[in-house]
Design a protein around this ligand. Structure first.
Ligand code: FAD
Length: 462
């Protein structure tokens, strides 16, 4: 029997952040992780490896597009082993870093699969260990959603985790699901030479963002990809010797096509039902999420939950924020989840980023708003870098001009969105943003320009 003050199940961004904060606040912490490497989905098979591969894709694409600045490169010599090694080295550096930081804080890391026996005890599968705890944080995250009828045992049918392994580069790749993860992996495989088809059930890629923010991306990838089928369903998949035969149902789509590989990226499912929560009395909702209050507390007084397991959006920065709250509440602080916005980003090319309310949310909620749309064709910086397809959109309250939301499509949108996120948290109005001096020439100026367009102080565009 191992006795501990706090046990955390899962070492993803939620789990390790909570462990570090608790240890820093003087608690005795046990962290259970089923895999040898710490860091969860984000560090091992999510955010970090995908961004390492996207950086490779960016280098290839920039070299391909360089002729307009008067420089022409030869066709790149691509070493898949080299790309994989670079990605793996980055992942190992970070996961080892988490291990070192845990050790420095004297966190007891247990490798194994944890399940509740009661509201105070957890067993570790295939071991005699029983951990008795005073308080617990569930941070078990989520896993790839699989369509049960698809032949996932065939290596040509990939999840995002398989796709990140880069076992080979298929000639023809079908990406099932036009969401963030599917489109990021499409960006990588396209740069590495695959002919891409994307199939999406709804009428828009990345459905949670506004359509006008997605359009510049759509226009660009329409030229690069073989096909983008919207409003289209897959009704059958057959693993044949010559390829994966797919039957489509949609307007203007072929009935059948055959691909060398398919990537299924239709979402992620929380791991709530896999840890015997009922034995601890922890409630799970119909979608498999664990409901919590603002203090991250479940319905059981000494058990907390954070990260993907508690609901959308399933994002690492949300998990990290919630982890700090849970840790502080356990230590007696008056912390609570009070964030006004959680930014979302697709690291596609161009990138898409949005924060606060989207225009469609404002319409659905009947909130009146002013809108400023600044096309990047009018930005000196975007023209200088040859990427003027972007757009920055600001949404403001009609009465007092308070910022409600912002959406950006374009190079570095992932970095640019931080200003609007802070503005929302600070309750900034149009003047706060428009009268702030933004350095020239920068892409960040587009945030001020979009705001001035909403104010009506910029009316002329190129
Ligand atoms: P996880 O990271 O899922 O960690 C949970 C951990 O718990 C895992 O290590 C798991 O092994 C362990 N575990 C589960 N059950 C048990 C058990 N019973 N016993 C012991 N251990 C257990 N988010 C972003 O914000 N930005 C991005 O760019 C981004 N890119 C992504 C790209 C991809 C391809 C994917 C798949 C996801 C991406 N995400 C991104 C989402 C992000 O990875 C998750 O939101 C984040 O990892 C959630 O953190 P978490 O701590 O809740 O859980």
């Amino acid at each position: 029997m191992i006795k501990t003050q706090i046990v955390i199940i899962g070492s993803g961004p939620g789990g390790y952040t909570a462990a570090f904060r608790l240890a820093d606040l003087g608690k005795q912490v046990t962290l259970i992780e089923r895999y040898n490497a710490l860091g969860g989905v984000c560090l091992n098979v999510g955010c970090i490896p995908s961004k390492a591969l996207l950086h490779t894709a960016q280098i290839i694409n920039e070299a391909k597009d360089a002729s307009h600045v008067g420089v022409t490169f030869n066709e790149p010599l691509i070493s898949i082993n080299g790309i994989r090694t670079n990605k793996d080295n980055i992942v190992t550096k970070l996961t080892n870093g988490i291990k070192t930081l845990a050790k420095a804080r004297k966190i007891n890391v247990i490798t194994g699969y944890g399940r509740f026996i009661s509201a105070n005890q957890i067993t570790i599968e295939n071991s005699d260990d029983i951990i008795e705890f005073e308080q617990c944080i569930i941070a078990t995250g989520s896993q790839v959603t699989k369509i049960p009828t698809l032949p996932f045992d065939d290596a040509r049918v990939m999840s995002s985790t398989d796709a990140l392994n880069l076992s080979n580069i298929p000639k023809r790749l079908l990406v099932v699901g036009g969401g963030i993860i599917g489109l990021e992996m499409a960006t990588v495989y396209n740069a590495l030479g695959s002919e891409i088809t994307v199939v999406e059930l709804s009428d828009q890629l990345i459905t949670s963002a506004d359509k006008d923010i997605i359009n510049p991306l759509l226009r660009r990838i329409k030229k690069q990809y073989a096909n983008i089928f919207l409003n289209t369903k897959i009704t059958k998949i057959e693993a044949l010797k010559e390829g994966i035969k797919v039957r489509f149902e949609g307007k203007n789509t072929p009935k059948f096509d055959t691909f060398d590989k398919i990537l299924v990226a239709i979402g992620r499912t929380p791991n709530g039902r896999l840890i015997d929560c009922e034995k601890a009395g922890v409630e799970i909702n119909d979608w498999g999420f664990i409901p919590v209050n603002k203090q991250m507390k479940t319905n059981v007084n000494n058990i907390y939950a954070i990260g993907d397991i508690i609901g959308q959006p399933m994002l690492a920065h949300k998990a990290i924020h919630e982890a700090k709250i849970a840790a502080e509440v356990i230590c007696g602080y008056k912390s609570g989840f009070n964030a006004l916005t959680i930014p979302s980003i697709a690291y596609t090319d161009p990138e898409i980023a949005w924060t606060g309310k989207t225009e469609k949310e404002l319409k659905a909620e009947g909130i009146s708003y002013e809108k400023g749309l600044f096309p990047w064709t009018n930005s000196g910086r975007s023209l200088s870098i040859g990427r003027s397809e972007g757009i920055t959109k600001g949404l403001f309250d009609t009465k007092i001009g308070k910022i409600l939301g912002m959406g950006i499509c374009g190079t570095n949108a992932s970095e640019l969105i931080a200003e609007a996120t802070l503005a929302i948290e600070m309750g900034c109005d149009m003047d706060d943003i428009a009268l702030t001096i933004h350095a020239h020439p920068t892409l960040s100026e587009t945030t001020a320009f979009a705001t001035e367009m909403a104010q009506g102080t910029i009316t002329d565009l190129l």
